[in-house]
Design a protein around this ligand. Structure first.
Ligand SMILES: Cc1cc2nc3c(=O)[nH]c(=O)nc-3n(C[C@H](O)[C@H](O)[C@H](O)COP(=O)(O)O)c2cc1C
Length: 321
């Protein structure tokens, strides 16, 4: 897929997820295959005004394009942050216009921009001026179920130079769950000529196929479906490429977990790594018999070797599926 001057191998993307799509998770997803990955959202104010460094910007071991996502409200600050991100190896910069968190929307950022099209357009215009790399925007259907501004917003950001748009097919009021309305993705696809990426509720190959068939979108983005199943984007990619199964089905789950754990330990201090891996262990073990007991047994353990020993016992010969 072509996003401005960026050509990706295929059109299946890992969604930005705060607290989840950190470098280790992005690496484990990439180890199976994915067209590009998005970082967690990064504060434009933190980056551009306070000069903060964000650990999530680490691209060690990354093998596919990484799109850095930024959120904020002031066009000049957003532009400065985008300039910094461009200098840090971003393949593209993505502007967040979908975050529903109260502390974000009350500042006018994230999903609040779905209600303030003039400001959204000014942000995109300012960011466009400083970037040589592609600029993308991630939006929702609207602020709530009765205000669907997606198509109008998409037209506005395209006019200011956005190279692609991701549509999360839920309104701000639905947060991250509940039914996704594919028709809003189709509406946006009709409204613009730049590539449109459909997102929301894709949990398997069939969901991805339905999103493309029902909307005509150019690519798909997977979020929660990849929790505990980092091979899902590769499976979808393999299906679309008519390859014989993207992910190797015979791979042992414990091997994936050990690799993920290693990336985590390489990235951050030991205590944080062990704590951050807990939620992933919960996702990896979800649905397996004895999963609650396993979680309880490792959730207070601080030694990664001990955690992995328990995990080896628990996951045994389970394979990715
Ligand atoms: C824990 C979590 C964190 C998220 N963080 C972000 C974020 O930083 N930026 C963003 O644009 N969307 C964020 N999202 C939304 C996802 O990118 C995605 O649009 C949403 O989960 C719908 O896709 P899904 O149904 O495949 O999960 C987050 C979602 C979750 C569940």
């Amino acid at each position: 897929m072509k996003i401005g001057n960026l050509e990706t191998a295929g059109s299946v993307f890992l969604a930005p997820m705060a607290g989840v799509t950190d470098p280790p998770f992005r690496r484990i997803v990439q180890s199976f295959g994915v067209s590009a990955v998005w970082t967690e959202m990064i504060s434009a104010h933190g980056l551009g005004v306070r000069g903060e460094a964000f650990a999530t910007m680490d691209l060690t071991g990354h093998s596919v394009p990484t799109v850095f996502q930024v959120y904020g409200v002031d066009p000049a600050v957003m532009a400065e942050a985008a300039r910094v991100l461009q200098g840090c190896g971003a393949a593209a910069v993505d502007v967040n216009m979908g975050c529903p968190a109260k502390k974000i929307v009350k500042t006018g950022a994230g999903a609040a921009l779905m209600q303030d099209l003039p400001r959204a357009a000014r942000i995109v215009a300012a960011v466009r001026r400083v970037l040589q790399i592609p600029l993308t925007v991630k939006i929702r259907s609207g602020w709530d179920e009765s205000t669907r501004t997606a198509a109008a917003l998409a037209r506005a950001v395209e006019a200011e130079g956005a190279d692609a748009i991701t549509v999360h097919a839920r309104s701000r009021s639905r947060k991250h769950s509940g039914p996704a309305s594919a028709d809003v993705v189709a509406e946006v696809k009709e409204a613009v000529t730049i590539p449109v990426i459909g997102n929301g509720g894709i949990r398997n190959v069939g969901d991805a196929r339905a999103m493309i068939e029902q909307t005509g979108c150019d690519g798909v983005m997977i979020g929660q479906g990849a929790l505990g199943r980092p091979w899902l984007p590769a499976m979808v990619l393999g299906f679309f490429a008519s390859a014989r199964g993207g992910a190797k089905r015979s791979k042992l789950l414990i091997d994936v977990i050990e690799e993920h754990y290693r990336y985590q330990l390489e990235w951050i201090d030991l205590q944080t790594a062990v704590r951050r891996m807990r939620k992933h262990l919960a996702w990896y073990s979800k649905g397996l018999p004895g999963s609650p007991e396993f979680r309880r047994s490792v959730f207070h353990v601080e030694d990664p070797n001990q955690v992995l020993e328990s995990a080896r016992g628990f996951f045994g010969e389970a394979v990715v599926s």
